[in-house]
Design a protein around this ligand. Structure first.
Ligand code: DGL
Length: 263
């Protein structure tokens, strides 16, 4: 059976790999992180689309049967274009996250946090509106969260202060459900809960997209019959940097990270 492909702008997509390993442990996974060109969250739509097509092509050349777009920024701005280019099923994080948020909210007030690109695209808002027009969405960019996570600042005074500033409008809006619309944010769950209050329901897009992948594999009759899948990791630059961060995203050391030559 062919592997599943997963791509992200860099290391953050490992939160999705972690969930895939948990939910579809028998699948082989090929991961591509575009570490040479990260971050995508501050780039223009056209640039993100161009990079994403190249990322998807890299995976298709490795013979993947499905592509999971782990990056929220790519899923927000480039998914329809990528889908129109390729034949394999392509799964993004927006629809699964939006569905879960609409299902979870009790007061019909949902917050979304993400990169500037994701928030500017209004992708989550549009999807939520399609599902339930009565849900009120408050969406905010939290651009410092990505560098915090990559520098290992997952808790402490500075992170809490910045998070309090960013999240204040969401508290004011009274949201009871918050979509973590960026690969890196699941690592900040505890500080986000501290700021928002323990009652808040956090929607982890990594968990949701892994569930969706599982569903599609089953529906299309593409599930692997292996007992345990293997993962291969490719990056466009700096495998050492990727390896250094892998432990916090994936919870384990990675020794098989290769530099992709043709991206
Ligand atoms: N992977 C990106 C996302 O989920 C965050 C990092 C970046 O800006 O490239 O939006």
């Amino acid at each position: 059976m062919k592997p599943i492909g997963v791509f992200d702008s860099g290391v953050g997509g490992l939160t999705v790999v972690k969930e895939l390993m948990r939910q579809v442990p028998n699948e082989d996974i090929i991961y591509f992180g575009d570490t040479a060109r990260v971050p995508y969250g501050i780039k223009s739509k056209d640039t993100v689309i161009r990079f994403s097509i190249e990322d998807a092509l890299f995976l298709l050349n490795q013979g993947v049967k499905l592509i999971c777009v782990a990056c929220n920024t790519v899923s927000s701005v480039a998914l329809p274009v990528i889908k129109s280019h390729f034949k394999v099923p392509i799964v993004g994080v927006i629809v699964p996250g939006a569905k879960e948020a609409v299902y979870a909210t009790r007061n019909k007030k949902v917050g979304v946090i993400g990169t500037r690109g994701t928030i500017r695209s209004r992708a989550y808002e549009n999807e939520i509106r399609k599902l339930d027009p009565k849900v009120k969405v408050t969406a905010l960019a939290c651009p410092l969260f990505v560098p915090f996570v990559e520098e290992g600042y997952l808790k402490g005074k500075v992170v809490k202060e910045v998070a309090s500033g960013y999240l204040a409008p969401l508290k004011k809006a009274g949201v009871d459900t918050l979509i973590l619309g960026c690969t890196h944010y699941p690592l900040l769950k505890s500080v986000i809960k501290e700021v928002m209050g323990q009652h808040i329901t956090l929607i982890d897009s990594a968990q949701q997209v892994a569930m969706e992948v599982k569903k599609i594999l089953e529906l299309e009759g593409m599930t692997s019959t292996k007992r345990r899948g293997k993962c291969k990791f490719y990056v466009s630059d700096n495998p050492e940097w990727f390896q250094g961060l892998a432990r916090s995203f994936l919870g384990r050391h990675l020794d098989n990270v290769q530099r992709a030559r043709n991206v």
